[in-house]
Design a protein around this ligand. Structure first.
Ligand SMILES: CC(C)(COP(=O)(O)OP(=O)(O)OC[C@H]1O[C@@H](n2cnc3c(N)ncnc32)[C@H](O)[C@@H]1OP(=O)(O)O)[C@@H](O)C(=O)NCCC(=O)NCCS
Length: 328
């Protein structure tokens, strides 16, 4: 980071181009090594920027040692990645276009170096159960699936953390939603230009410290299948006055082109499982009386109707069916 740090003294936060190396390390179970990064608090592949005078393999070996404590082994260049997708704005405002030499490191061994403060934790993950990913890592994993280095995502539809891995299908879905008059407040051009910023914002909603002050903590998850975005759910960890009166714990939406295929029922079923993990034992789910599909979804997931409430939403009188589901 020394070279970039010096450069930043001259250019401030302005966009720069930086070459670097990123490493793919897998254990004997084919699980992928990821580090919890201190700068973004998301999980990423180990790697970093080149220092003056280094070769890319030297950068790769140094970063591997500094960030993971692993040494030795064989390096194999998998690809070189660049372009607008690899633009990144760091939480401190620094803007960067990455040129990434992507290496596979095999046969590595534990060295004596203790990972530096850029690494909060290290862990191996199954490709079907990836944690909250830093945006470039999401893109790299998608790329490695496209070049058949990693298997294509073939697992059945599942809930995944928001990730740049699903950028294109998510943006297409947003256009579909806006076509039916939903989510009109979202500026899709801005979202496309800073998708990582958008994803980081979603991931931060789950912690009270980083969630908007007027909102309760909420876990946002995306229903994905075969590497494509299908729908979204938000699980609020607790109820405030409005949520108890009409909003409920869980919201969900399936993209218009994927409706009437059972994804609505599935997304609530999976969101209920997640609610239990979060520690909610009785889940409130609500819908408008005329939303036939949503009523069916809630009832088929065990919803017990408490009442039809007359409520005032944004100054307008409305009706909501309030259902409870025991998940304990
Ligand atoms: C409500 C929504 C999530 C349903 O998603 P979906 O993937 O189509 O749902 P499913 O395929 O699981 O269908 C569930 C049931 O509703 C029925 N259904 C779906 N759309 C319907 C419609 N437009 N009219 C009548 N019935 C409908 C299905 O046939 C199925 O019925 P079944 O139990 O008899 O088989 C989707 O329409 C949506 O995202 N709407 C906008 C957001 C929204 O209303 N969210 C819910 C907020 S409470």
């Amino acid at each position: 980071m020394e070279y970039l740090r010096q450069l930043r003294e001259f250019v401030g936060h302005r966009p720069i181009i930086a070459a670097g190396a990123t490493l793919v390390v897998r254990n004997s179970d084919e699980r992928l090594l990821l580090q919890l990064r201190s700068d973004t608090e998301t999980w990423g592949l180990p790697g970093g920027a080149m220092e003056l005078g280094e070769t890319l393999p030297e950068t790769a070996r140094r970063e591997l040692r500094e960030e993971t404590g692993l040494e030795g082994g064989e390096l194999r260049l998998l690809d070189v990645l660049s372009g607008p997708e690899y633009f990144f704005i760091y939480p401190n405002g620094d803007q960067l276009y990455s040129v990434i030499a992507l290496y596979e490191a095999s046969g590595v061994t534990e060295g004596t170096h203790i990972p530096d403060s850029e690494t909060l934790r290290l862990s191996y993950f199954s490709l079907d159960e990836l944690p909250e990913l830093e945006s470039r890592t999401g893109l790299i994993i998608r790329h490695l699936r496209e070049m058949s280095y990693f298997p294509r995502e073939s697992s059945p539809a599942r809930l995944a953390h928001p990730s740049a891995e699903y950028r294109d299908s998510f943006l297409e879905a947003m256009h579909e939603f806006q076509g039916e008059g939903r989510f009109l407040e979202r500026d899709l051009t801005k979202m496309a230009n800073d998708f990582e910023g958008y994803v980081i914002g979603l991931l931060r909603m789950k912690d009270r410290a980083t969630q908007r002050q007027d909102l309760v903590p909420e876990t946002r998850l995306w229903l994905v299948e075969g590497g494509e975005f299908i729908g979204v759910t938000g699980i609020r960890h607790e109820l405030n006055e409005n949520l108890l009166a009409w909003g409920g714990h869980i919201g969900y939406a399936v993209r218009p082109s994927k409706r009437r295929r059972g994804y609505g029922k599935l997304i609530l079923q999976l969101a209920l499982e997640k609610s239990k993990e979060i520690g909610i034992s009785r889940v409130l789910v609500t819908c408008s009386p005329e939303n036939v599909a949503s009523r069916k979804i809630i009832e088929s997931n065990g919803g017990i109707l408490e009442n039809e409430a007359e409520v005032e939403i944004d100054g307008k009188l409305d009706k909501k069916l309030r259902y409870w589901i025991d998940v304990a």
